[in-house]
Design a binder for this molecule. Sequence first.
Ligand code: FES
Length: 158
Amino acid sequence: MNTISSDNENLNELKLALEKHFPREHNQLMPALHYAHHQYNYLPEPAIEVVARHVKIPLSEAYGAVTSYSEMRLVKPKEHLIKVCTGLSCKIANSDDLLNIARQFANKLNDVDVEETACGFLCSVAPAVCIDGAWAGKLDPINFKTALNNLTQRIHQS
Ligand code: FES
């Protein structure tokens, strides 16, 4: 997964993009935050400040919005991300087992994050997991471990 740094040059790019795409109005807070999140794959503090200044709201209000949405990250993600759906259908289909397996897997590696996520809209094939942006369903501990072995191979090849 590619992320960009939040150095001054990139903050200037963010400022220019906000000026181009988002009116300087309060109601543009969430669209602008989503845009910045998409650019960085998380929301570094300087980027939140740029957005808050752009839409003319206090920084505290911008933080309040960011922390209200679980899909917005304040911490730079690691290189690889495993999202385990813990929505109702997946819970019933034993997603907790997959979550435990994913956490044990990530504990052995430095560059893998594990997140619980709400419904991934793959309920008909629950339990569902997303590995580096690719969703898969009908996972059991055996085929999930195979998917994690494939991830391990990709990590070692990169
Ligand atoms: S609850 Fe997991 S995909 Fe819907």
